[in-house]
Design a protein around this ligand. Structure first.
Ligand code: 5GP
Length: 183
């Protein structure tokens, strides 16, 4: 899709739709291999991880389950607050489950650091992380992320699930949001 309606709002493309889909296939193959003969529960973080989850889950050729959490770490702005709140919790107990958290982006790492410890404290057998994007330069805490789609610079990006003020999530590519949109 061309998404011409946002052309003026996107400074540059970070990952094209084709690049994203190719990387998803590689990640899915790696996950299927690593979890062979093991349980697999994907936990998606709403709303940003919806696209990653939908594409990743369909690319993994085996039984798996999906559950969802919603946490808030950003308001409608572009900076992490570090304060995490659960807006929607998992539907089911995860005691002894092999959990793979599916995220859109790791920025400061504060959200995932908190989420990983939270899920571990519920008695999961394992908790690993898959994220489509990571901003290594922005890390404030070191989070052990097992699967990374792309490492990117610290610019604020939108698309493929990532929003600015709830918009741009439906883009099939990921791009840097032009500063004139939010300043
Ligand atoms: P962290 O706690 O790692 O700083 O931030 C994690 C959350 O902040 C992500 O799940 C995402 O909601 C939001 N976030 C961080 N960087 C970006 C960005 O570049 N674009 C968008 N749209 N959201 C971001």
């Amino acid at each position: 899709m061309e998404h011409g309606h946002v052309a003026a709002d996107i400074e540059r493309v970070v990952a094209s739709a084709d690049q994203i889909q190719a990387r998803i296939k590689e990640l899915a193959a790696q996950v299927a291999k690593d979890y062979k003969d093991r349980d697999l529960l994907l936990v998606g973080v709403l709303k940003g991880a919806v696209m990653v989850m939908a594409d990743l889950a369909r690319a993994i050729d085996r039984h798996l389950e999906m559950d969802w959490m919603a946490v808030s770490s950003h308001g409608s702005g572009t900076k992490s607050s570090g304060v995490v709140r659960i807006l929607k919790d998992l539907d089911r107990d995860i005691t002894n489950r092999e959990v793979l958290i599916v995220e859109d982006i790791v920025d400061t790492g504060l959200t995932l650091d908190w989420l990983k410890s939270n899920l571990e404290s519920r008695g999961a057998k394992s908790v690993e992380i898959l994220t489509m994007l990571r901003k290594p330069e922005a890390a404030k805490v070191k989070v052990d992320v097992k699967y990374v789609g792309f490492d990117i610079p610290t610019d604020f990006v939108v698309g493929y699930g990532l929003d600015f003020d709830e918009k741009y999530r439906n883009l099939d590519f990921i791009g840097v949001l032009a500063k004139h949109v939010y300043s």
